[in-house]
Design a protein around this ligand. Structure first.
Ligand SMILES: NC(=O)c1ccc[n+]([C@@H]2O[C@H](COP(=O)([O-])OP(=O)(O)OC[C@H]3O[C@@H](n4cnc5c(N)ncnc54)[C@H](O)[C@@H]3O)[C@@H](O)[C@H]2O)c1
Ligand SMILES: O=C(O)C(=O)C[C@]1(C(=O)O)C=C[C@@H](O)C=C1
Length: 303
């Protein structure tokens, strides 16, 4: 169902509780506030007092607290937007306090390990629908959020036959569609392999290339800073991302990331060989493939 074509004027939920209103969570709250279509009442939970104050000052939640249990007790939907490494412990505190029939969802960038971490705390009367909005920036925290972050972007859902009721899956799909996103279902394993190549490996390369440039002799390093034009500069944008978030992603999607890195390393070696032996056809073919991918992204409004 594409909820954008059937949206009614009533909010999807009575109460939505967002745990971790950083970039992603606060963007959901901004959208909810802007349109009034996600929930009548918005509750935000964060363990960082400075961030709680910011969320309050931004006016994007009706209640802001550090206490998980009372904040989830009346929610129809609880959304976990914390780093993937703490999803399990936060869920273990939230789930026992949730009301029967409520929906639990998360926005974690990896799915297999997050589901494994949450599964032991699940209850039969709670529906859990894992999700992952494929949208973001290099910034984090509540001040980084904005209402249009998810506009025309994909949100991947990895429903589990035993824990995600059809009604809950439809509700979480509607939530993301009301945030402006397109939704797609896939298995958690497939999700993690796809994200390893389209998101996790690019970040790994960006962190690494910045480290390599920084390791160069002092003079070269200052030239990097002075003369870096778009090529290097584009890597530095994603290399500016949050260290805790990316540490957690790398450690929790280890196998898929190492597999994609091994394939990338083989392809980079093949390119090195083509350069060494002046294999112009191979070099041009690789560049053409890159240009084609960029053109496709632009046609799909993803760039
Ligand atoms: N940044 C992106 O581009 C992006 C995109 C899609 C999904 N995600 C995923 O969404 C989640 C949130 O990412 P983000 O970029 O919004 O991160 P963020 O760092 O901006 O926000 C995380 C928030 O969680 C809070 N928090 C951390 N531990 C907590 C705890 N134990 N209890 C309560 N609050 C806690 C932090 O104080 C912060 O406000 C992560 O799982 C990430 O992998 C991120
Ligand atoms: O646009 C960016 O800066 C992002 O890093 C967003 C990005 C991505 O790699 O595409 C990062 C992590 C997510 O889980 C989803 C989206």
């Amino acid at each position: 169902m594409d909820d954008r074509t059937t949206a009614s004027d009533t909010p999807l939920f009575d109460t939505l509780t967002v745990i971790g209103p950083g970039l992603i969570g606060s963007s959901v709250l901004h959208r909810a506030r802007r349109d009034g279509m996600l929930a009548r009442r918005l509750i935000a939970v964060d363990n960082n007092p400075t961030f709680r104050q910011r969320v309050w000052d931004l006016g994007i939640a009706d209640e802001v607290t550090e206490n998980v249990a009372p904040a989830v007790a009346e929610a129809d939907c609880v959304m976990l937007c914390v780093p993937v490494g703490v999803m399990g412990e936060v869920a273990a505190t939230a789930i026992p306090a949730m009301r029967p029939g409520a929906i639990l969802t998360d926005t974690g960038s990896t799915k297999v390990s997050v589901i494994d971490a949450i599964r032991p705390s699940l209850r039969p009367d709670i529906s859990y629908v894992p999700a992952h909005p494929m949208a973001g920036t290099e910034f984090s925290g509540p001040d980084a959020g904005f209402a249009t972050l998810f506009e025309n972007r994909w949100c991947l859902l990895t429903p589990l036959p035993e824990t995600s009721s059809d009604m809950a899956v439809s509700a979480v799909e509607s939530l993301w569609q009301r945030c402006g996103a397109r939704t797609k279902d896939m298995t958690p394993e497939h999700h993690d392999r796809v994200c390893a190549i389209v998101s996790h490996l690019p970040h790994l390369l960006a962190f690494t290339i910045c480290g390599t440039a920084d390791d160069l002799a002092d003079q070269t390093r200052s030239e990097v800073l002075d003369f870096a034009a778009s090529g290097f500069r584009d890597f530095t944008r994603i290399a500016a991302s949050d260290p805790i978030m990316w540490r957690d992603i790398f450690l929790s999607n280890r196998d898929a990331i190492l597999e994609m890195l091994a394939r990338f390393t083989e392809d980079a070696q093949a390119m090195a060989r083509a350069i060494r032996w002046a294999d112009s056809d191979y070099i041009v073919d690789r560049i053409e493939r890159g240009r084609q991918i960029r053109r496709s992204l632009i046609e799909n409004h993803q760039a």
